[in-house]
Design a protein around this ligand. Structure first.
Ligand SMILES: Cc1cc2nc3c(=O)[nH]c(=O)nc-3n(C[C@H](O)[C@H](O)[C@H](O)COP(=O)(O)OP(=O)(O)OC[C@H]3O[C@@H](n4cnc5c(N)ncnc54)[C@H](O)[C@@H]3O)c2cc1C
Length: 494
């Protein structure tokens, strides 16, 4: 099939029958559920862009393998141009959603593409796992599927390993093997957008201890696999509020769900890793699973720039951007954006070709972005809150604005500096409040902190990787040897 349309994506959602629970209800009609309707439309629009002549050549390409047009996310980049073609996809979709949807289909499609181009890792453990990954990659490429993923175990007791938890299957683990596959039980948190996806892929971060064998699992199953339950968090909007009043929250909310596996059968051909602590600990670092840092960085830059522009426009609209204290806050945001833009550029210009021939951006600047964004984005939100002040929380609804009796008051008392009408200012403040005040905006902050794992442990991993690449300290060694040499000179004089 190759690239699918938005209508084909929606049709697939109508056919899938996942076991979804939210707000005390079982959701049986996913596409007509108030909370999911609009985000589904946004994702469908992205699929349609693949067919739009304006974007098609920059975000899709003809596959050498099948002769069909496929998303750039499924192509293994071999050189700089390929890498940039992939980036075109990330930035086109991120711009379309203002960077507010972190888990658009490209995110996991590239993850599986990278996994499928890492045979050397799987060959060290079990070549059959690689066959399974390779076939899975072809399957999702040729059907243009949308995946969610779940890496992390429920918090339960973080000071204990999986096999030490009070409940044997608090963490997802294998119960038994059958001729058809593995039966798995337990939970994984959390899977963003799960109810509106086609499939879920499970893979772990490192951190397994001896004794955790049965918990070391990676596999993929359809989202409506029998026994798989999706328990969604409380929605942050009711799906009924007008987009005019909540221009971001009513469009881009990504739901999140805990996945509960009640004795789910994972067929052998869908098993990518199993029953091996070493393999579980090495999978993330050795299979390019972290390649989605490039997508994250491109999307994160768009989101930060959006927040920066909102802050600046609000400041301008009420005539406060001439004050030094406001300028320093706005200047700080511009510098954050420029820092991330520069790091992204460096990572791409300094791309590397891995042993398997895959072109990858330099991971050091990309991981540096990963370290900076969890601080820069919340700061941008704080600046919007500080500059918008009470103005952010006061705008009337569009229903108020439609009442003739109120029109004169609204026109008079909600306007901004000369040239900024009340309607213009109210609309702008609604954008600002959705991003900085609504529960929707707070989730986006939490997302930026945690979307790719605990930033504390990620920074530790970053330092370990940096040390592996930078094994020596040549400047320090030279300074020490020059000090030694000059000591000899002094000694010889005396
Ligand atoms: C909005 C949002 C969307 C997400 N979407 C997805 C998704 O689609 N798929 C997915 O798989 N995951 C997703 N995640 C989950 C994400 O992977 C986790 O939040 C992240 O890995 C951190 O795990 P945790 O939340 O369980 O925090 P914990 O690991 O429980 O950490 C809690 C606190 O304890 C500290 N801590 C815990 N353990 C240690 C330790 N061993 N050493 C030092 N400090 C420690 C942490 O630093 C942190 O401050 C999402 C998260 C958010 C917030």
């Amino acid at each position: 099939m190759g690239i699918r349309t938005g209508a084909e994506y929606i049709q697939a959602l109508k056919t899938n029958k996942p076991d979804v629970w939210m707000g005390g209800r079982k959701i049986t009609d996913i596409v007509n559920e108030d909370n999911f309707k609009q985000p589904i439309r946004e994702i469908a629009r992205l699929y349609d862009m693949q067919h739009d002549p304006k974007y098609q050549d920059s975000i899709t390409r003809i596959s050498d393998e099948t002769g069909e047009r496929v998303s750039n996310a499924f192509i293994v980049p071999k050189n700089y141009d390929d890498l940039m073609a992939r980036k075109d996809l990330y930035s086109t979709w991120a711009e379309e959603t203002f960077g507010l949807m972190g888990r658009t289909p490209d995110f996991l499609n590239i993850t599986v593409t990278s996994m499928a181009s890492s045979p050397e890792f799987f060959d060290d453990f079990n070549p059959q796992w690689y066959e399974n990954v390779k076939n899975y990659h072809k399957y999702i490429r040729d059907n243009d599927l949308f995946l969610t993923h779940a890496l992390v175990n429920p918090q339960a007791d973080r000071s204990k390993a999986s096999h030490e938890q009070e409940e044997e299957f608090a963490h997802l683990g294998a119960v038994e093997e059958t001729s058809e596959g593995i039966i798995v039980r337990g939970a994984k948190m959390l899977a963003t957008l799960a109810p509106v996806t086609d499939e879920v892929i499970v893979y772990p971060f490192p951190g397994f201890k001896p004794g955790d064998e049965k918990y070391t699992l990676s596999f993929a199953v359809p989202i409506d696999t029998p026994g798989l339950r999706l328990l969604c968090r409380e929605p942050m909007q009711d799906g009924k509020r007008p987009i005019a009043d909540h221009p971001l929250a009513s469009r881009f909310e990504e739901s999140d769900a805990i996945l509960i596996f009640n004795d789910v059968l994972v067929p052998w051909h869908r098993v990518f890793l199993y029953n091996n602590v070493d393999a579980g600990n090495q999978l993330y670092g050795r299979t390019g699973l972290s390649q989605n840092t490039h997508q994250n960085a491109v999307r994160g830059l768009v989101k930060l720039r959006f927040a920066q522009q909102i802050a600046s426009k609000i400041a301008d609209s009420i005539g406060v951007d001439g004050f030094l204290n406001v300028q320093t806050q706005l200047g700080e945001l511009v510098q954050s954006v420029e820092t991330i833009r520069a790091l992204l550029r460096v990572s791409e210009e300094e791309y590397e070709i891995k042993a398997n021939g895959e072109a990858v951006p330099n991971p050091i600047p990309l991981e540096t972005i990963r370290g900076i964004l969890p601080k820069a984005y919340p700061r941008a939100i704080e600046v919007i809150q500080t500059i918008g002040a009470a103005g952010l929380i006061l705008p009337p609804t569009h229903a108020d604005m439609d009442i003739p009796e109120l029109k004169q008051d609204i026109d008079r008392y909600y306007k901004g500096r000369a040239g900024i009408s009340s309607v213009e200012r109210i609309k702008l403040l609604k954008l600002g409040w959705d991003l900085s005040g609504e529960a929707f905006g707070q989730r986006l902050v939490q997302y930026e902190r945690y979307y790719s794992g605990d930033p504390v442990r990620k920074l530790g991993m970053f330092y370990n990787n940096y040390k592996k690449r930078q094994k020596t300290f040549p400047m320090v060694d030279r300074a020490l040897s020059e000090a030694d040499a000059s000591k000899n000179m002094v000694d010889s004089k005396s």
